[in-house]
Design a protein. Structure first.
Length: 302
């Protein structure tokens, strides 16, 4: 692909808007019409607290990834922004629009609100990823805000997960010590120009070194003021993808993804159902309410 034609860009934009707002029935109907991607696409997830510098980092990294992907189908960036931004983190699109890459023909950038989703991803994130891939993009960089369970949800959706931390991110380091955050494939201490970066990086290295996992996650310091860390991050992502291609079972990965996808559709469908039929909860016992809901789902013609 040498750039997505403007007409296709507009069509993809409309499709993403439709999917981000789709009901479960609409998502399912859409999934049967979608073309299969021609090549196995790659998904790289970035998570971390709002304001950690994810959007800034991704916009810079995209340039590196693009130089390797241009011939194979370009790079798309999907940003899932919280519906009610609580911190200083800016909307991905705004940040990147200021950047020189905004006019790259092989790059597609889109931000979407996370709507009702509780896991930090848009409700239909897997649909969104598949839609982008259906348009021939070789790599998708997915930005999401780390809010508790988000890391678990994103873990199922991407091939490589990068956790972006800031210097002195005390809470995150505490969480890692207790094993809550040991999900990422690569840890980044961003804003390495600020004091405390070296100390945070060595604390995280200490934790990561204790891991028994076959892949030992690298800990990389990055800063928007230096290119060196960015090049290291780019290589680490490529190394992890290559390692995974060699060591992981692709059908197992697809199965895990299907598991998460089906599960998230069912959870959403139950929410939709209870919104329209709240009386289902009026049963005399919890077990009865549960049975009533299962029955309603079984009879569900949407
Ligand atoms: N000092 C410093 N500030 C940075 C760096 N990268 C990003 N920032 C600032 O951090 C703030 C949040 O950045 P943003 O990319 O929107 O964070 P996100 O919410 O994680 O996507 C912005 O004001 C950026 O200018 C960095 O490497 N060093
Ligand atoms: Mg952001």
């Amino acid at each position: 692909m040498s750039g997505l034609a403007p007409r296709s860009r507009r069509a993809l934009g409309r499709e993403l808007t439709r999917l981000a707002n789709a009901s479960v029935a609409e998502s399912l109907a859409h999934s049967t019409q979608r073309p299969e991607p021609s090549m196995e696409p790659v998904r790289i997830g970035f998570t971390g607290a709002p304001g950690a510098g994810k959007s800034t980092l991704i916009s810079r990294l995209a340039k590196h990834r693009l130089s390797a992907c241009r011939e194979k189908g370009g790079v798309a960036i999907l940003g899932i922004d919280p519906t009610s931004p609580l911190s200083g983190g800016s909307i991905l699109g705004d940040r990147i629009r200021m950047d020189a890459i905004a006019n790259e023909p092989d790059l597609y950038i889109r931000s979407l609100a996370s709507r009702s989703s509780h896991d930090g991803l848009a409700d239909n994130v897997l649909d969104l990823l598949e839609a982008v891939e259906g348009y021939g993009f070789r790599e998708v960089l997915l930005e999401t805000v780390g809010v508790g369970q988000a890391e678990h949800a994103i873990r199922h959706s991407v091939d490589t997960l990068v956790m972006v931390l800031q210097p002195n991110a005390g809470d995150a380091i505490q969480a890692m010590k207790s094993g809550v955050l040991e999900l990422a494939d690569i840890y980044v201490i961003n804003k390495a120009d600020l004091p405390g970066a070296k100390k945070s990086a060595s604390e995280i290295r200490g934790i990561v070194q204790r891991s028994q996992a076959a892949w030992r996650p690298p800990v990389i310091e990055t800063s928007q003021k230096h290119e060196e860390g960015l090049a290291k991050l780019d290589s680490a992502i490529s190394e992890h993808l290559a390692w995974q291609a060699e060591h992981c079972n692709a059908s197992e990965t697809l199965r895990r993804r299907r598991h998460y996808h089906v599960q998230s559709l069912i959870v959403r469908r139950v929410s939709e159902l209870l919104e329209h039929q709240p009386q289902l909860l009026d049963a005399t016992s919890l077990a009865e309410a549960y049975d009533c809901i299962l029955l309603a789902l079984a009879e569900d013609t949407q």
